[in-house]
Design a protein. Structure first.
Length: 114
């Protein structure tokens, strides 16, 4: 398999992982808004914490990006994922903000809305 084909498969994998974490994050947000605090909320939080630890370990760079870097020297923010460049560039800020909002709502639901 040539480098271009490998990069396509890496981009597909990275996009699928991104979609998975969208489901995780938006389920978390939905569940805390409707006060449906169940085991899935805690599983979502665990997955998000795990993702955060991985990013911390890799100095805020996704390991999939590091693998993709072997097959491309592009400087575009979306060289390794099928997202618009603006979204790939701002991905961490957007989703970190959503997670923080969800956690704040969760804290509210657990403490003041019993």
């Amino acid at each position: 398999m040539d480098s271009a084909s490998k990069l396509v498969w890496i981009k597909i994998l990275h996009t699928v992982i991104w979609l998975f974490f969208n489901v995780v994050i938006f389920y978390l947000l939905y569940a805390v808004i409707v006060n449906k605090i169940d085991k899935w909320v805690w599983i979502c939080l665990g997955l998000i914490v795990l993702e955060g630890l991985v990013l911390l370990l890799f100095k805020s760079i996704c390991p999939v990006t590091l693998i993709a870097r072997k097959y491309s020297d592009s400087q575009a923010h979306n060289f390794d994922i099928y997202l618009p460049n603006w979204l790939a560039k701002n991905n961490k800020m957007i989703y970190t903000t959503i997670v923080i909002i969800a956690v704040l709502i969760l804290i509210y639901q657990l403490n003041w809305n019993k």
